[in-house]
Design a protein. Structure first.
Length: 616
């Protein structure tokens, strides 16, 4: 007859709150005297007759064991995870060696699910706290233990074998300790779990390599509270931030629990929480998923996702359309495009998509000043001498108006940033004399002066100077730098900026929200920044409360810019080389003018002689 069948004639002992005062009958074979009665109160089932019963409100990392067995009764009514009895044990537990789902536990007085596990450990790499074995005799005394869950197969400490030092395989040791858990089928009515630990360990206790469950839950809650759509939590941010101190009262994670000394433990927890928050990642697919699910009303911000270039791999970059709002005295970004490409076709796609979204939102077709019959629309675009960007823009403009060529559109609308131009000249490897002439290109007052600069650069003859001349003689580049070659209205040319400082300031402002972010996080950061800015505009218009105590009007900014310019002139130390270069420039200009006049005189003389010959 099995042990389970022997218990059929026994009444179950119920110690729940509803039956604490009720009388119960005991097994007849155990009720002989007071000693037998005491042992019956410690009866777990027909197998374990244990008198050492201990109660605990928390999981135990290193439960005591004995040959007679120790029963640990866990009060789990306030546990978040009521089945975490085995989770905190630092011993390496083997697979369940037997489990039943309808076993009576006489101690609890209810039917339980029982689960049995054995202790399993390997030799651990610890030899008297040393990192080497000095003698052959010592080699026979390697007392090292490592958890069985480890992937290591060899002892990293060198061992001597046949006079040679070798890495010997780890040997599995036996341990007779058994962990037997009894979990009620209905934990709500009986919130107690019994774990019996029987026999004695044949090895020292392993190091605390497992993070306790309650600490894991605290770390997860910490990550959830700090990891919203605007904060991309990483292990490094948690360690270096103030949250660890605020929640745990410690600065160093390993001071909370020794197992946290392994940073990979924290990294695994963070990765699991990130996967829950962002199941499709934080790249383009994560953005597509958030857009489809309309996460946090994301469709109010994202107007278009174009996956046509999904096979184009590369780092994501942000492309912005910026302008200075004179009414609110602030820089406004009215469109952001995140892309992983930068060739002319992608720029064309971006500009055309922008025009389409603009028409969908406003109900008006985008128009430009130079081809609008009423002279309305965008008048100028300031760029940074990007050829792919310029070509893509020209093709997009040609789709709006094909009455003129794509390149002519650039002659009407494009201005190049002089700050970028100056930087390119300064960083070039040409001579100082050539750089001086290059800087005169935007300042030249006539086309002849521009041609003279190119001729002088050819005369100087720096290496690869002809490549520079050929590049800057490109019609749209030359027109974007010097108004004499541009078809833009003169008033528009003079009243629009000569640099992209507005865009640079916009980049700097939004970068304060965070840099090197994942795509999804970057989009939510941008949305938060733009939404905050427009709400401040609304409050300024409604309550007349300025966004800053400083005067940021266009007039004030120009006054301050002129003051800075004048200050630089007054504090600048005269440089003799610049004076010499200017003199040489004027001398060459006069010499070239004389040569031009001489050539004209010679042409006239030749024409006169040809006329005389024809008459004769």
């Amino acid at each position: 007859m099995s042990d389970l069948e022997k218990t059929t004639d026994l009444e179950i002992i119920n110690i729940s709150s509803e039956s604490e005062d009720q009388e119960f009958s005991l097994p007849r074979e155990l009720v002989h005297n007071e000693e037998k009665l005491e042992k019956t109160l410690a009866l777990i089932n027909t197998i374990y007759h244990i008198t050492d019963i201990r109660h605990s409100l928390f999981p135990i990392e290193y439960p005591d064991s004995s040959n007679n067995g120790i029963a640990n009764v866990f009060h789990v009514e306030n546990w978040t995870n009521k089945k975490a009895v085995f989770s905190d044990i630092q011993y390496s537990l083997g697979k369940p060696s037997g489990a039943h789902s309808n076993v009576p536990c006489l101690f609890l007085g209810v039917k339980c699910k029982d689960e049995k596990k054995t202790c399993q450990d390997l030799l651990k790499e610890l030899f008297r706290n040393e990192e080497r074995i000095s003698t052959i005799e010592d080699d026979k005394k390697c007392f090292t233990i490592i958890p069985s869950a480890s992937k290591k197969q060899e002892c990293p400490i060198p061992h001597v074998k046949d006079g040679k030092i070798e890495a010997l395989p780890l040997v599995k040791t036996g341990c007779n300790v058994i962990f037997h858990k009894y979990e009620p089928l209905d934990l709500e009515s009986c919130p107690y779990i019994v774990m019996v630990v029987k026999n004695t360990h044949s090895h020292p206790p392993p190091p605390p390599h497992r993070i306790p469950v309650h600490l894991q839950e605290n770390v997860k809650n910490l990550i959830k509270n700090s990891n919203d759509l605007l904060n991309d939590t990483t292990p490094r941010k948690l360690i270096s931030g103030p949250l660890i101190k605020a929640v745990f009262g410690e600065i160093v994670l390993s001071d909370i629990h020794a197992s946290m000394n392994n940073i990979d433990k924290l990294r695994n927890i963070v990765m699991k929480e990130q996967r829950l928050l962002h199941p499709h990642g934080q790249g383009i697919m994560g953005v597509v998923h958030a857009f489809n699910q309309n996460e946090a009303n994301l469709r109010d911000y994202i107007q278009r996702i174009n996956m046509s270039y999904k096979r184009v791999f590369g780092e994501m970059n942000e492309f912005e359309f910026n302008a200075y709002d004179e009414d609110n005295h602030s820089i406004v970004t009215f469109c952001r495009i995140f892309t992983n490409g930068s060739d002319s076709k992608i720029y064309q796609c971006m500009f055309m998509t922008f025009f389409e979204v603009y028409e969908n939102l406003t109900g008006e077709k985008p128009t430009f000043y130079h081809f609008n019959s009423e002279k309305k629309g965008w008048a100028a675009i300031i760029v940074d001498l990007d050829k792919g960007q310029a070509k893509g823009l020209s093709l997009a403009l040609n789709s709006l108006c094909n009455s003129i060529s794509a390149e002519q559109h650039l002659l009407y609308t494009l201005k190049s940033c002089l700050v970028h131009f100056e930087r390119n000249v300064r960083n070039s490897k040409y001579s100082d004399e050539s750089k001086f002439l290059m800087r005169q290109l935007p300042k030249a007052k006539t086309k002849d002066d521009v041609n003279f600069i190119f001729e002088q650069l050819e005369v100087i003859g720096d290496e690869k100077i002809n490549d520079w001349i050929a590049e800057y003689q490109t019609p749209w580049i030359l027109a974007s730098l010097n108004h004499n070659f541009s078809l833009m209205d003169h008033d528009i040319w003079m009243t629009t900026p000569f640099d992209t400082n507005v865009s640079e300031c916009s980049h700097a402002n939004v970068n304060r929200e965070g840099t090197r972010l994942r795509l999804k996080t970057a989009i939510f950061h941008s949305w938060n920044y733009d939404l905050t800015l427009y709400r401040r505009f609304h409050n300024y218009q409604q309550y007349n409360i300025p966004m800053s105590s400083k005067d940021k009007s266009g007039t004030k900014r120009k006054i301050e810019a002129n003051k800075r310019k004048e200050k630089r002139k007054n504090t600048q130390i005269p440089k003799l080389p610049n004076k010499r270069q200017k003199l040489e420039y004027e001398e060459r200009k006069e010499e070239l003018e004389r040569k031009r006049l001489d050539n004209q005189l010679k042409k006239l003389e030749i024409a006169q002689k040809e006329k005389e010959l024809n008459e004769n």
